[in-house]
Write a protein that binds this ligand. Sequence first.
Ligand code: NAP
Length: 248
Amino acid sequence: MDLLKNKVAVITGASRGIGKSIAQTFAQNGADIAVTDIVVNENTEAFENELKSLGVRAKVYQSDASDFNGCEELINKVVADFGRIDILVNNAGITKDTLMLRMTEQNWDDVLRINLKSVFNMTKAAQKIFLQQRSGSIINMSSVVGVKGNAGQANYSASKAGIIGFTKSIAIEFGSRNIRSNAIAPGFIETAMTASLNEKAIQQWRESIPLKRGGSPQDVANLALFLASDLSSYITGQVIHVDGGMVT
Ligand code: NAP
């Protein structure tokens, strides 16, 4: 399939997990790929080569999505290297889970800065390109816990709920310029982020899911592909769940 032929995608935090799967899926569909991560090493270099072997242009950039000026520099570099940007996937995220009684100011600030401010930073930097081109698809990685909340994740849930409000607001602001903005709300997806939970918590999550299993990064990447492509050209301002029916 060539759903994204001639399109350029920027994906943050994409050297592993969901972001990596999105980058691979977009490349398999013909997009040129600019991947960012906070750390660039031999693994990210190997990933760049893997993407190139799919016959597209690809580059991994070291960039901290929570750094406002760094995001502006990154977007300028991507435009210099690739000529345009058609798709922005704000995927980078962290957890610092603990009950509210124990949550520190640092726990709160780190999660809000990396999960939510990063989405503002990247969108702010890329908006001028989308406005000039009069097209663009912005895909923000929220979470089911941004919709329903979760004990031990007040900081993370607040960041993911903030992403939903941001996504809907810019969908309204940018709609007349053919720039779409949608959020994905994954449920329990089996990545390094969820592997850090203990086995009992993992089992409880699986049992709470109507489909009785965790999702894969590919499940999320399939929805991102749809939202990035022209198949979703009349869809904006939406939050779409990939959660096995966890939140209905
Ligand atoms: P992951 O495996 O932990 O990957 C997160 C990626 O973000 C890593 O590559 C990480 O880099 C990168 N990153 C962290 N801080 C960054 C920063 N400041 N700037 C740039 N990159 C940064 O997580 P995942 O499970 O794939 O999750 C991806 C997204 O989906 C996150 O936004 C997460 O909140 C969301 N999500 C995940 C689930 C789930 O069940 N897994 C559910 C709902 C939502 P390093 O490798 O260097 O740390």
